[in-house]
Design a protein around this ligand. Structure first.
Ligand code: PEP
Length: 258
């Protein structure tokens, strides 16, 4: 049984004061809740401050991106060791905005995965098809490729540190979420691919979050769908009154207790 995990990707939003206030609000409400893992993912420049605001709480702090190199002359980049140094415990890699706006390839994504693991950070590997790919019935081909190439060279002992986020590109920031059935279908497929890459036990343990226009109105239906283990939330994570109801979405099935 996999523990639910809900993370808020703040993207390039908020200012220092707003980031700190939001982190403190999440911390105050999540408090000692142990039935869901909660995380926030601020912009790089607010990471240290947000990590400090969350220090000692169960709410984790992650980064939105990481450099594919370990250190050196890469102006404007931020490496995994730096993220860890300022209090991040994981990073997103392969977010659709990185793949589609900045042209990141599966190979680059894989390098980022490797650097995070080498630095002791956890990984949230994002995969997802475009609308065109879905219409062409290529969803499975695309997400299988992204998963397989993204994890190339990742040893089985690192798997507890990997989470996958299925984020269909057409659902991100559009208000048009995947239906619970659509999410379940792809999550089940991804679990099968993962089982082929590793084994059945690893694939049963793998947490797969859904992301794409998750809101208080659709969170319970999506989070309770088979094989959906949590949510990666963009827009709705920027305000407490939309993020907290997602964190607290009621459960329809038994899940891990502390
Ligand atoms: C995201 O960017 O990861 C995301 C899912 O965004 P939104 O919830 O706004 O669709």
């Amino acid at each position: 049984v996999r523990k639910r995990t809900v993370a808020g990707n703040w993207k390039m939003n908020l200012d220092a004061k707003g980031a700190r206030a939001l982190a403190e609000g999440v911390r105050a409400r999540v408090g000692t809740k142990r039935d869901v893992d909660v995380a926030v993912v601020p912009p790089f420049v607010y990471l240290a401050e947000v990590a400090r605001a969350l220090d000692g709480s169960p709410v984790r702090c992650g980064a939105q991106n990481v450099c594919d190199r370990a250190s050196g002359a890469f102006t404007g980049e931020v490496c995994a060791a730096m993220l860890r140094d300022v209090g991040a415990s994981f990073a997103l890699v392969g977010h659709s905005e990185r793949r589609h706006v900045y042209g990141e390839s599966d190979e680059l994504v894989n390098q980022k995965v490797q650097r995070l693991l080498e630095s002791g950070l956890d990984v949230v590997l994002c995969v997802g098809e475009t609308l065109e790919e879905r219409r062409a019935k290529r969803t499975e081909t695309v997400v299988a490729r992204q998963l397989t190439r993204g994890l190339a060279g990742v040893a089985a002992d690192a798997l507890p540190r990997i989470t996958v986020a299925y984020e269909p590109v057409w659902a991100i920031g559009t208000g048009q979420n995947a239906t619970p059935e659509q999410a379940s279908q792809v999550h089940q497929y991804l679990r099968g691919v993962f089982s082929g890459l590793y084994d059945e036990a690893a694939s049963e343990a793998l947490r797969i979050q859904y992301g794409g226009s998750v809101s208080p109105a659709n969170a319970a239906a999506i989070l309770n769908a088979p094989d959906v283990d949590g949510a990666l939330v963009g827009g709705a994570s920027l305000k407490l009154d939309t993020f907290l109801p997602i964190i607290e979405a009621p459960r329809a099935r038994a899940e891990t207790q502390p």
